[in-house]
Design a protein around this ligand. Structure first.
Ligand code: BGC
Length: 437
């Protein structure tokens, strides 16, 4: 069975930041620091999904998509990150899961979509190896409550983006700009993933996935310097997060001046066996390919020079549907039998959507984007790649991290002043597409 769906994340939609015992997360802290998020936007209210979830479940039911990928807020469940769970937090997800099932929608929760409890950040965040164990304990608490009804689980969302943006460059929470000193964040997230896989299975989870952000990397030219730079970038973005999980070893990091990757990452005996526990699927989030040249200045061994000659989204990201086919076939070629089935757990675009006075959002670019990317998935499947699902990012316009509410990715328009939801033309298109499929 092929799983069609849409996706969201807790901090991006829930709001109710200080309600019912939820503790603060790194994103609450970060968004409230001046200059971090465009126009000082925060997720305090977001789409107010915490209160309006019934309306959102009805939108999902209306779409007729089989599955809904959402994330669970760790600090809503464990306000201090560890220790005593918050019953009201667990109750919220319990109701949501029941509501989804009653509406005929398969719940697919992700346990970590970047909102680490601030209490754990105060102890070092993902730079502290202990967070891996706390993550597994949190996974156990949630699974104990929900695994009787939830079959499919995702541990982490995009550990690369969290490491690079949050700890490497500091443009996302927790706002640290450590460059290569952020590398242990990769290992500690993956160790947390591996320990959480065990905890989830022990609690009866039937299927467990890890979701990575993946990009096909293209060298800017055939010159050996550009090819080497592209390879270095591919290692950092893609292989650093897939090789240990699928092959049980970290890739060569010599392009980064690192002779012993395991030492730089903080690997201890036995870690890689935990990290490479078999999975039921690999979640792949795809937005665009990356074009890399040799750097003009000393520093990192690559320069992102951008893809030209394609239409762009409101974010300025190039629209390259065939990049998704290239990515999927590339994963198959690289990992062969070690590759579990793939689920495209995010794909979508921000567009300059306008709500007319008649209540219409005619987002034809988004429709074309989705149609062309789904066709690319079909081509990859025709080439033999075992793809089993596709989730649109996102159900709703939401808090787009450092861009605040400026980038709209939803199939449903949200008026953030009134919280009014208006399905866009793309929502109706996706509903009809699913019905025909
Ligand atoms: C993230 C989402 C985000 C989307 C668009 C992905 O990297 O998982 O949370 O909204 O990209 O930027």
């Amino acid at each position: 069975m092929f799983l069609w769906g849409t996706a969201t994340a807790a901090y991006q939609i829930e709001g109710a930041a200080g309600e019912d015992g939820r503790g603060p997360s790194v994103w609450d802290t970060f968004a409230h620091e001046p200059g971090r998020v465009r126009d000082g936007h925060t997720g305090d209210v977001a789409c107010d999904h915490y209160h309006r979830w019934r309306e959102d479940v009805a939108l999902l039911a209306g779409l007729g998509a089989g599955a809904y990928r959402f994330s669970i807020s760790w600090p809503r469940v464990l306000p201090e990150g560890a220790g005593a769970p918050n019953p009201k937090g667990l109750d919220f997800y319990d109701r949501l899961v029941d509501g989804l099932l009653a509406a005929g929608v398969t719940p697919v929760p992700t346990l970590f979509h970047w909102d680490l409890p601030q209490a754990l950040q105060d102890r070092g965040g993902w730079l502290n190896r202990d967070v891996a164990g706390w993550f597994a304990d949190y996974a156990a608490v949630v699974a104990e409550r929900l695994a009787d009804r939830v079959r499919m689980w995702i541990t982490l969302n995009e550990p690369f983006v969290h490491m690079a943006f949050g700890y490497g460059m500091g443009v996302h929470a927790p706002g640290q700009a450590l460059l290569l000193d952020a590398l242990p964040v990769a290992h500690h997230q993956l160790l947390g993933h591996g320990l959480a896989v065990r905890a989830l299975r022990a609690a009866g989870a039937a299927e467990v996935l890890l979701t990575n952000n993946c990009t096909p990397v293209r060298p800017a030219s055939d010159a050996p310097r550009d090819v080497a730079a592209a390879d270095a970038y591919d290692v950092l973005h893609n292989r650093l997060f897939a090789d240990p999980v699928l092959l049980g070893r970290y890739p060569d990091l010599s392009a980064y001046g690192i002779d012993a990757p395991d030492d730089a990452l903080g690997v201890r005996d036995g870690d890689l066996a935990v990290i490479s526990a078999p999975l039921d699927g690999l979640g792949v989030n795809y937005y665009n390919p990356t074009r890399i040249a040799a750097p003009a200045e000393p520093g990192l061994p690559f320069a992102d020079v951008g893809i030209t000659g394609h239409p762009t989204t409101a974010f300025g990201w190039p629209v390259v549907p065939d990049g998704l086919r290239e990515l999927l076939t590339g994963l198959r070629d690289r990992y062969g039998a070690a590759l579990p089935p793939i689920y495209v757990t995010e794909n979508g675009c921000s567009q300059p959507d306008e709500l007319t006075p008649e209540g219409v959002v005619d987002d034809q670019e988004r429709i074309a984007f989705l149609r062309d990317h789904i066709a690319a998935v079909d081509r990859a499947r025709a080439e033999g790649v075992d793809v089993r699902g596709y989730f649109v990012w996102s159900l709703l316009d939401n808090f787009e991290w450092a861009e605040g509410y400026h980038q709209r990715f939803g199939l449903v328009h949200v008026d953030f002043a009134t919280q009014r939801r208006t399905p866009k033309a793309s929502y109706h298109w996706f509903r009809d597409f699913l019905a025909a499929r």
